[in-house]
Design a protein around this ligand. Structure first.
Ligand SMILES: [Zn+2]
Length: 267
């Protein structure tokens, strides 16, 4: 009897594994088809009009970005708040900036993220104690990303101030992919050693500068904790590569290795 039970157990487990593989294969096929789907001309015009960085990308990365946007938009749900009606322009402009973080990398498209909540401008989250009068964005572990549309748009239009709300919040999503937002996203094998060394040193240095109110290249908000540090340096990496690389070359190399792109080439 116990042998029969063990056999049933093994068969059930094998069936479950087979189902899981079938679902994964189906998802992969679906994503590949979406990736190669035609990209509507009007969507591309929204990106050209609002995402300055897009216009600097080489053609191959533009094509790749459009493929990622197709997949992203088919998998994520957008929800307008405070009377904001979500338009295609909003979806595309937000998706384009989020997908910049996926270029050239093996990606699972922010797997824990289902919904993006969009407010017209800065918002107050009633479920969240905050010292600020209004938040511009939030990213929750296994929860939604919350964005101010006004600031998401502004971030796309200004690509040189080292400040980009969408990049910031989606860098948090990458960091949170392993279930914890600690400033260390999932890294390639063998990368953790230099990552921990370089980021640890730079984070410490920024904390000292912020505490003494000394000028620094990075926004002092990055000194809040390791998670904010990673999100803030990601903004500077994509928007101010030249100064970033000149002032913090080791850190620039770490982000270049992680993001698999070199924004210096886009200057
Ligand atoms: Zn943050």
């Amino acid at each position: 009897m116990s042998n029969q039970l063990a056999l049933v157990f093994i068969v059930v487990m094998l069936l479950l594994i087979a189902v899981m593989f079938a679902i994964a294969a189906f998802k992969k096929r679906r994503r590949t088809a979406l990736f190669h789907l035609d990209f509507p001309a009007v969507w591309e015009q929204h990106i050209r009009d609002h995402i300055k960085l897009y216009n600097k990308l080489p053609e191959t990365l533009k094509q790749q970005l459009k493929g990622h946007i197709n997949v992203f938009l088919s998998e994520k749900y957008f929800e307008g708040h405070q009377g904001l009606e979500i338009t295609d322009e909003m979806r595309v402009v937000i998706a384009a900036q989020a997908c910049l973080l996926l270029l050239n990398r093996k990606t699972n498209y922010f797997p824990h993220l289902k919904t993006i909540l969009v407010y017209p401008t800065a918002f107050v989250n009633p479920n969240h104690d905050s010292a600020h009068a209004g938040n511009l964005g939030e990213s929750w572990v296994r929860g939604p990303v919350v964005l101010s549309w006004g600031h998401s748009l502004h971030g796309g239009k200004n690509d040189q101030d080292g400040s980009n709300l969408v990049i910031h919040e989606f860098a948090h999503q990458l960091d949170q992919e392993d279930g914890v937002g600690d400033g260390t996203p999932m890294l390639e094998h063998g990368h953790i050693k230099t990552w921990a060394k370089v980021l640890g040193k730079e984070f410490k240095s920024l904390k000292v500068k912020a505490k003494c109110r000394r000028r620094s290249f990075f926004n002092h908000y990055g000194a809040t904790n390791a998670a904010e540090f990673f999100a803030v340096i990601s903004e500077h990496f994509f928007e101010q590569p030249k100064t970033f690389n000149r002032k913090h070359p080791d850190l620039y190399q770490e982000l270049k290795k992680y993001y698999q792109v070199d924004p210096l080439d886009w200057e």
